[in-house]
Design a protein around this ligand. Structure first.
Ligand SMILES: [Zn+2]
Ligand SMILES: [Zn+2]
Length: 475
């Protein structure tokens, strides 16, 4: 039954706008028996209308037929049965005025906290490191075939402790992968010796093996395939299987920009990191994804004016090291430039790790002191389709009600003075409300991102693979 215009326009408010705002229609959730409120902001006085459409833009209801409306915020109350006859699901609310259009989403059928937000409704494919492979091998325990899901501790641990196949060459040497089982065919990728793993697809009788890997092209590599996932041939005699450390393992995820440290089968702790940020001129800045092992202890080194502390080599010129610092005139270390970038891409290819100790007492110094060479380190590519799952609404987070501008993951965060510990708990779903909305994430204890930030990252990854560099050839 159609009830066009039968609804009651119970209340229509035009609040004076104190500040200039952009046109918008807020998302609205409706469940049975409720009086929905539609909120929108009109940027200029004039003729405007509000229409309900299906996902394809087909008109279903004229909520406001064209009429003269004042510039400002509006709240429109509708009676509950106005949406009778519409199936549960998501619809579009379109505000039109002479100067443009704005849209929001109307959800019918479930309470707001049960209604999947658009980014959560997005269907997530199962993505593995060999997601681009034309061969689905489905090995268990294999890095290349294990879904990139940090919550599956058993699968991640099996992957971190499984033997890997590497190239029998020096740790700073690179060997070529060929398009055909023939050294005269085109070289299509480079693999770093000793520490970079390859996915063995087919061992042939003719002395060649077909493998997959991400090309470890650096600025001076023979083949310029920046972090490209490739399938190619290598002489079987150049490959060897190696065992890895069975106590610890490390996952670096480009999607979350976090380091996950596993110990004895469990996710032990999480740290902020920064992987490479490439640009047109330096495509080789993108950190190469793949399966690696920590191969040698390099220590401190300089990169331009930056000092990178306690570096562990895992892929030729790519090291895991402390977030860089400069040195002040008085000799003290200054982290102000690089530390705030942790949690986002920032480096020239190395992986920067936080130096502040988290609540488990772990930082890059701890890794330097405790992690042995031979420990597996894998880098997960943030392919299109991967999404961050927001924490459950009742996940506890913490703050200091006596002051302090941060919210925390840990009740006893090492970034807070003892006199303020333990911190006071609230829940993740309250984070955007009241005084909590002004809190910033603690740089010590690696608390979850805010919902809006997760939504922003997920929106990018629904459209693109930020680490895939298709057409840049470099300088
Ligand atoms: Zn496999
Ligand atoms: Zn903290």
């Amino acid at each position: 039954m159609r009830r066009l215009f039968a609804f009651l326009l119970a209340l229509m408010l035009a609040l004076p706008a104190a500040l200039a705002e952009d046109a918008r229609v807020e998302d609205c959730y409706i469940s049975a028996g409720e009086t929905p409120e539609l909120r929108y902001y009109l940027p200029e006085t004039g003729t405007a209308s509000l229409t309900l459409t299906d996902q394809d833009g087909g008109r279903l209801r004229d909520i406001l037929s064209p009429r003269n409306l004042l510039r400002g915020r509006h709240i429109l109350k509708l009676d509950a049965d106005y949406f009778d006859g519409l199936a549960d699901g998501a619809y579009r609310l379109r505000l039109s005025w002479s100067g443009g259009e704005a849209e929001g989403t109307l959800y019918i059928g479930a309470a707001p906290d049960e209604t999947p937000a658009p980014e959560e409704a997005f269907e997530q494919p199962v993505i593995t490191p060999a997601y681009r492979s034309e061969r689905s091998c489905g090995h268990t325990g294999c890095y290349w075939c294990t879904p990139m899901d940090i919550a599956d501790e058993a699968a991640v641990w099996a992957m971190l402790t499984a033997p890997m196949t590497v190239v029998d060459a020096g740790q700073k040497e690179q060997v070529l992968l060929y398009a055909e089982p023939d050294a005269k065919s085109e070289a299509i990728a480079v693999v770093t010796g000793a520490s970079q793993g390859v996915h063995v697809l087919e061992e042939r009788g003719d002395g060649w093996t077909l493998v997959e890997t991400y090309s470890s092209s650096f600025h001076d590599s023979k083949v310029k395939k920046w972090n490209a996932f490739v399938t190619g041939y290598i002489q079987s005699s150049k490959l060897k299987k190696v065992q890895v450390n069975q106590e610890y393992g490390i996952v670096i995820d480009k999607l979350t920009q976090r380091l996950y440290l596993f110990h004895d089968g469990k996710l032990m702790t999480e740290l902020l990191c920064s992987t490479g940020l490439y640009n047109e001129r330096q495509p080789y800045n993108e950190t190469r994804s793949g399966e690696f092992m920590i191969i040698s202890r390099v220590g401190d080194f300089k990169s331009d004016n930056l000092v990178c502390g306690i570096g562990l080599r895992f892929n030729g010129g790519d090291l895991l090291h402390e977030v860089p610092h400069t040195v002040n005139a008085d000799g003290s270390k200054n982290y102000k430039n690089c530390e705030p970038k942790l949690g986002s891409r920032a480096s020239h290819g190395c992986i920067r790790v936080q130096r502040l100790r988290n609540a488990d007492g772990v930082n890059m110094r701890w890794i330097w002191d405790n992690i042995k060479t031979g420990t597996k380190l894998v880098v997960w590519e943030d392919y299109q389709g991967r999404q961050i799952t927001p924490p459950a609404g009742d996940t506890p987070v913490y703050y200091n009600p006596k002051g302090g501008s941060n919210y925390h993951r840990a009740e006893t965060c090492k970034g807070v003075k003892d006199q303020y510990l333990p911190l006071i708990a609230f829940i993740y779903s309250e984070l955007d409300s009241g005084d909590y909305a002004a809190l910033t994430p603690c740089p010590y204890c690696c608390p979850p991102r805010r919902k809006a930030e997760i939504a922003e990252i997920n929106a990018v990854h629904r459209q693109t693979s930020p680490g895939e560099i298709m057409s840049i050839t470099g300088k």
